[in-house]
Design a binder for this molecule. Sequence first.
Ligand SMILES: C[S@@+](CC[C@H](N)C(=O)[O-])C[C@H]1O[C@@H](n2cnc3c(N)ncnc32)[C@H](O)[C@@H]1O
Length: 197
Amino acid sequence: MHAVGRELRVPGRRVLELGTGSGALAVHAARQGARVTAVDISHRAVLCARLNAALHRQRVTVRHGDLSSVARGRYDVVISNPPYVPAPAALPPRRGKARAWDGGLDGRVVVDRVCATAATVMGPGGMLLMVHSAMCGVDATLDALHGLGLDAQVIDRELVPFGPVMRSRLLWLRDQGLMDDEQQDKEELVVFRARRC
Ligand SMILES: C[S@@+](CC[C@H](N)C(=O)[O-])C[C@H]1O[C@@H](n2cnc3c(N)ncnc32)[C@H](O)[C@@H]1O
C-alpha cells in the first residue's frame, strides 16, 4: 500500500492490478488519480472489488479472468500481490479459497507468471510493483525480472508474523528446507520494483 502510494505520484497513470482480491490496492491507486483496471480469477473477488470501488466512489474497471486475459493491454504501472505460499501441490488449485494464497511447491507459479505478464503489458518507462514472501525467493524474482529485460530491485522489506496458512504448514515448510529456524514465527515480505529500461 505504501509503495503504491509513493510510486503513483503522477495522476492519470494507467494502472493494472493482477489478482485484485478485495480491490483494496486498486481503490487506493484510483484515489491517487490513476486509471485502474483490475483482474482476478475469482468471481467472488471480482464482485468484492466492484463493491469496494463503488462504496469508495472510485472508478475501477474490474475484469474476471486469468492473468493471461490481459496480455494485450498497455499500462504505465502493474501492481500485484500474487499467491506465493509454498504448498504441497505442484500447481495452484483451480478453484476454492486456497487459490488466493497457494503458489505451487516453491510458491513461484503465479509469481513467475506475473513477472512475464507485466513484461508484456508495460509500455516504455512502465513499472511493476510486486510483493511476495522472501520464502519463495528474492534472487529468483530478481533473476526472472532481469531475464525479461527489466531493471529490477527490492524497494521495501518488512517482517510480519506468520498468518494462519503459513502456521498450518510449518512442519511441511521445515521439511522442504524453506525455513531454517524451528522457532521462526515471522516471514519477510519483500516489495520489488521493475522498470522497462
Ligand atoms: C494474495 S491475494 C491478493 C489480493 C489483493 N490484491 C491484496 O493485496 O490483498 C491473490 C489474488 O490473486 C487471485 N489470483 C490467483 N491466481 C490468479 C490468476 N491465475 N489470475 C488472476 N488472478 C489470480 C486470487 O483470486 C486472489 O484474489
